[in-house]
Design a protein around this ligand. Structure first.
Ligand SMILES: Cc1cc2nc3c(=O)[nH]c(=O)nc-3n(C[C@H](O)[C@H](O)[C@H](O)COP(=O)(O)OP(=O)(O)OC[C@H]3O[C@@H](n4cnc5c(N)ncnc54)[C@H](O)[C@@H]3O)c2cc1C
Length: 382
């Protein structure tokens, strides 16, 4: 049984505790799903999560002025990740893919949110390019103004849900100024002429991923999110909200690895006694528990700070993502060790966690990029 003591922390309200319990029992009944066909699995997960109401927190309700509740996003990701990495991915991308629409969309653009919240449309966030992942302000993709339209040309890569998404939030250079100040954001339906899946990408823990080619994709000027030149700021404010949720997913993976390790240490006999009697095993379990609690404190500190009305949580979000993902990697590696051969056996839960965790230290800003962000914040604030 996963540790629930953290739910008593003052970061949470009763509706968070209630959600965590209910989602946990939904997961216990519905997850994991088979991952043999990731596109089909992901589509089905979005449909089922949407049908049962779990995607509602991923975007704002058009009839309700309240902002996104970041603690709910984090608790949802943590819970889903404990059961199935693909379910967490399906949930997370509905939020990341529509974050810019929730925060900056017009009433017309927000009509999409009804569909992404009920699981009838799949969203994607298209920022990275072959030449600019970390150095995103250096992007090449162009959006050229032509009368009352924009024409997008260039490439995006590593796009989660690429190939199965119904809508893409796409960032492109509109040239108001050099670098970060000359980028704009656009809402592009997948069916738009010229938007092509150039390549499907396979990774360690399979998810739908693609490189996209924009062959003179023409969208009306009403597809612009926010104002021309605001795209970089929009992308960063979306990442501010969603980075703590990456930490939360890492926390879910780490908790599962820890729970499995405790079970194994109690059940497995070594040298005539339970493995848990070995003090070095106890030492590993203590380190794992410590890392998990410290990560949870940082994740829920960031989420709570945002929910309390902070305009930006750049430092808190970067700390949460960096620490929780790095520590989850260590925790899962310790779990592999404690499981012996089973830890690397294909199809074993610990083996799948070992594959699932790695990409979280790369996407939405690699670990070293988070260090740069934190350093800028602390040096700037000195
Ligand atoms: C599974 C997965 C899903 C993804 N999903 C999406 C998505 O949905 N949408 C999207 O737009 N992108 C997505 N990405 C792309 C992801 O955000 C980029 O891969 C990431 O930002 C790193 O960019 P890069 O791969 O170009 O590596 P690079 O930018 O080349 O960085 C490589 C390494 O260089 C080092 N480095 C970089 N910058 C610095 C620095 N300033 N200081 C010190 N060291 C540094 C770090 O060690 C970094 O890991 C996804 C990636 C993966 C792996």
């Amino acid at each position: 049984m996963a540790d629930r003591s953290f739910l008593a922390w003052p970061f949470f309200d009763d509706h968070h505790r209630d959600l965590a319990e209910k989602l946990d029992s939904w997961c216990a009944t519905n997850l994991p799903v088979a991952h043999d066909d990731v596109d089909a699995a992901c589509r089905s997960l979005v449909t089922r999560l949407g049908r049962d109401g779990w995607l509602k927190p991923t975007a704002v309700d058009t009839d309700d002025p309240r902002p996104l509740d970041v603690r709910t996003l984090c608790l949802s990701r943590e819970t889903l990740a404990r059961y199935d990495g693909l379910a967490d991915f399906a949930f997370a991308m509905q939020g990341l893919g529509t974050g810019a629409v929730s925060f900056f969309g017009t009433a017309e653009q927000r009509l999409w949110l009804t569909k992404t919240r009920d699981g009838t449309a799949i969203a994607a966030f298209a920022l990275s390019e072959p030449r600019s992942g970390s150095d995103v302000a250096n992007m090449d993709m162009i959006a050229r103004r032509d009368g009352d339209t924009y024409v997008l040309s260039g490439e995006k890569t590593w796009i989660s849900n690429g190939g199965i998404a119904d809508l893409y939030v796409v960032f492109a250079r509109t040239g108001e100024a050099p670098g970060a100040k000359g980028i704009s954001a656009f809402l592009v339906p997948a069916a738009t002429k010229g938007l092509q899946v150039a390549e499907r990408l396979e990774v360690l823990a399979p998810h739908p991923l693609a490189r996209l080619f924009f062959d003179d994709v023409r969208v009306p000027s009403s597809a612009l999110l926010g104002k021309p030149g605001e795209g970089f700021r929009i992308a960063m404010s979306v990442l501010d909200v969603f980075r703590p949720t990456v930490g939360a997913a890492a926390l879910g993976f780490a908790r599962r690895a820890f729970d499995e390790s405790v079970k194994r240490a109690a059940a497995r006999q070594l040298f005539g006694a339970p493995m848990a009697d070995l003090q070095m095993v106890q030492g590993h379990l203590a380190d794992m528990a410590l890392s998990i609690d410290a990560a949870a404190l940082l994740v829920y500190r960031a989420a709570w700070t945002k929910d309390m009305g902070a305009a930006r949580v750049t430092r808190e979000a970067a700390m949460a993502k960096l620490f929780a993902t790095d520590k989850a990697q260590e925790v899962i590696d310790q779990a592999v060790q404690l499981h012996g051969g089973d830890g690397v056996r294909r199809g074993h839960i610990i083996e799948s966690l070992y594959r699932e965790i790695r990409a979280l230290r790369i996407y939405e800003g690699a670990s070293d990029v988070q260090r740069v962000v934190i350093a800028k914040q602390v040096i700037g604030g000195a």
